[in-house]
Every structure is written in structure tokens, then in C-alpha cells.
Ligand binder design. Structure first.
Ligand SMILES: Cc1cc2nc3c(=O)[nH]c(=O)nc-3n(C[C@H](O)[C@H](O)[C@H](O)COP(=O)(O)O)c2cc1C
Length: 173
């Protein structure tokens, strides 16, 4: 599946089959993470890929935003100290979150291109997940992405009219 197909077919998946994700897909997700851009090339993000069933269960207990039983959860984390040192104040305050958003898209599109369902989740208890993953004090978990083979078709979704979302040359909302 090419990138545009992956973008067009992507929907959040919240119910998964009990089927492992091939090592090749995990390996491509690793590569996607490592090749993602970051402001000033600060690379202040950290990622924990959780595949152990017990560890997934522990994370899920504190993550109401993670639905179903995903086969893996990627935890996208940010190190604000490293952001300040390597990128400066703007990286610490803003860019590190933009960086995570970009890498989240990369992860989702790699998964989608292999038919692996995915769903970002921000609804989780940060401190509890931090403790479960034994993150150092300066590293915060900011977003979870669940992965697994979907066992349901997504429900139809409402999309705003394009003219409300995209303008050309100047704002025309
Ligand atoms: C930053 C972010 C956080 C999200 N957090 C959650 C969440 O905690 N729980 C959840 O079920 N979905 C979550 N979602 C998924 C959105 O609900 C979903 O993307 C949206 O409804 C559009 O549906 P679609 O992804 O199928 O296009 C999140 C999405 C984004 C981008």
C-alpha cells in the first residue's frame, strides 16, 4: 500500500484480533521513528514499544482511551530537559509536542500500510504509565498508539466540508 492509500484508508481501530504483529512491521516502525524529523534536530523524544501481554495489561488499566486488546502499544514520550538543552525554549514549550505529532503520523501510516490497525490515545493517567514503564523523572509519556489487526470495520465518520478546513491564498473560513 502506498502512502496516499494508507492516509485515505486509515481509521482508528478500537477492537483487535489476537494475532501477533510481524517483526517486520515493528522493525519498520523503529525505522520510521528514527527517521522522523524534529525541530533543530533535537531528537528529545523517547519511545517505549510494549508487546509483553502483562505489560500491555498494566498500561491498559490506567488508559481508558485504549480500547480493545491491542497486540502492542507504542508509548510516545518527551524529555523536556533534553528539549531545552538541545533545542532551546521554543522546543521545550511547543516544538517537542509538534515533533511527537509528526512521529505519531509516521507510526500510524507504517502500521496502516501493513494492514495493522491503530488508534492514538491521550486519555491515560500519565503518572501511572510513567511508573509502569519506569521512565526517568524528566521523561513524560504524552501519547499512546495501540496496534493490532482490526476485527471490526470502522463506523462511518463525519468530515467537515473542505471549504471550512482549507483555504487558498488567504483565510476564507
Ligand atoms: C491526539 C489524539 C488523541 C486521541 N485520543 C484518543 C483517546 O484517548 N481515546 C480514543 O478512543 N481515541 C482517541 N483518539 C482518536 C480520535 O478519537 C479519532 O482520531 C477521531 O475520532 C477521528 O476518527 P478516525 O481516527 O477514525 O479518523 C485520539 C486522536 C488523536 C489525534
Amino acid at each position: 500500500m502506498d502512502t496516499f492509500q494508507a492516509i485515505k484508508t486509515r481509521r482508528s481501530s478500537r477492537s483487535f484480533e489476537d494475532q501477533p504483529i510481524p517483526e517486520k512491521v515493528i522493525s519498520e516502525i523503529n525505522e520510521a521513528i528514527m527517521h522522523s524529523p524534529s525541530g533543530s534536530n533535537a531528537q528529545e523524544s523517547h519511545f517505549v514499544i510494549v508487546q509483553d501481554k502483562k505489560q500491555i495489561h498494566r498500561v491498559k488499566r490506567f488508559a481508558p482511551g485504549v480500547s480493545g486488546n491491542p497486540t502492542a502499544i507504542v508509548v510516545l514520550c518527551s524529555n523536556k530537559q533534553e528539549a531545552l538543552v538541545r533545542g532551546g525554549q521554543d522546543t521545550k514549550e511547543v516544538l517537542r509536542f509538534i515533533n511527537l505529532g509528526i512521529v505519531a503520523s509516521f507510526i500510524i501510516l507504517v502500521a496502516q500500510s501493513h494492514g495493522v490497525g491503530n488508534c492514538p490515545a491521550r486519555s491515560f493517567h500519565q503518572q501511572s504509565v510513567k511508573e509502569i514503564l519506569e521512565l526517568p523523572a524528566e521523561v513524560e509519556p504524552e501519547l499512546l498508539i495501540s496496534l493490532g489487526y482490526p476485527d471490526q470495520k470502522p463506523r462511518p465518520k463525519t468530515i467537515k466540508p473542505v471549504t471550512e478546513v482549507i483555504s487558498h491564498e488567504k483565510y476564507s473560513g
